[in-house]
Design a binder for this molecule. Structure first.
Ligand SMILES: Nc1ncnc2c1ncn2[C@@H]1O[C@H](COP(=O)(O)OP(=O)(O)OP(=O)(O)O)[C@@H](O)[C@H]1O
Length: 257
């Protein structure tokens, strides 16, 4: 069982999806899940460094699914990682998306294979949410899971690119992380302020602002104008740089490095 520790090739070889499942001899990998990592090792007779280890601190989610081809008895699970990687033509590092997809075909029964894939997805998700990196001197509040998020986007900020940035970069991540969200596109100045002032905050575990400093300023003012402001201002806020200057997002990012 994935909860109990590493698995080996003899108990559960999982072929990667990128290998053609219809091929007579697909490449097989042994996959092990520990408390902190997912290790993938090619099962091959030739010795060498074939092991790849993904840290669960970098994992945002994992999901199981059936293949598109109805004759395929295998099931699949995909884990989504964002490890730090060197940037192309740059000396710095940045988080970059890596999807690891596995095909599970332990038995001929597609339902049993899907159940197995779901167990893996569940175990990887569970282990990943335990991996909150801690730093001394910083007070952390854990966000409940599943976390219901209101995302506020100012479509005019950042020379009108905030919404495109959201659909191009953020939406997919939220889906992969299985975070249910409601998207609010602001229609006028003070829209977010009024919305937040009147909102039933028990509906939301976090408010995420995708804009420049201006929209965050509105949200904070909206929270502080409430009668229950002392509690309201405790609402976890996220800031995604969507504006032109993004001074606050940049400085928070800088200090959290
Ligand atoms: N739909 C909208 N139409 C017009 N103004 C809006 C709308 N939504 C929000 N605003 C206002 O636009 C102002 C500027 O937004 P914001 O600071 O988020 O973006 P920016 O100016 O592009 O970014 P930066 O502050 O990084 O330069 C905010 O004060 C906000 O109140």
């Amino acid at each position: 069982h994935p909860h109990t520790g590493p698995r080996d090739a003899s108990s559960s070889p999982s072929g990667m999806e990128k290998e053609d499942a219809s091929e007579p001899d697909p490449v097989r990998y042994s996959v092990s899940l520990t408390e902190s990592a997912l290790a993938i090792q090619k099962i091959s007779s030739s010795p060498g460094r074939t092991k790849v280890v993904f840290n669960l601190t970098d994992c945002i989610g994992c999901r199981a699914y059936r293949g598109r081809d109805s004759t395929d008895i295998g099931a699949y699970f995909s884990a989504y990682f964002y490890p730090f990687k060197r940037r192309w033509m740059s000396s710095g590092v940045a988080r970059q998306r890596v999807e690891q997809c596995f095909r599970v075909a332990l038995v001929q029964d597609p339902v049993a294979n899907l159940q197995e894939a779901e167990r893996w997805a569940h175990a990887i998700r569970d282990a990943s949410v335990q991996q909150i990196p801690r730093r001394d001197g910083v007070v952390y509040t854990e966000v409940r899971r599943p976390c219901r998020v209101m995302v506020l986007v100012n479509p005019h900020s950042g020379r009108g690119q905030a919404l495109q940035l959201f659909t191009g970069h953020v939406q997919g991540m939220l889906t992969e992380a299985a975070v249910p969200y409601t998207l609010v596109i602001t229609e006028h100045q003070n829209h977010a302020r009024e919305l937040v002032r009147k909102a039933d905050l028990s509906q939301w575990d976090a408010l995420v602002i995708m804009s420049g400093d201006g929209l965050l300023f509105e949200v904070i003012n909206g929270l502080m104008e409430r009668e229950d402001w002392e509690e309201a201002i405790q609402t976890p806020l996220g800031i995604l740089p969507g504006g032109s200057g993004n001074a606050l997002a940049a400085s928070i990012h800088n200090y959290s490095q």
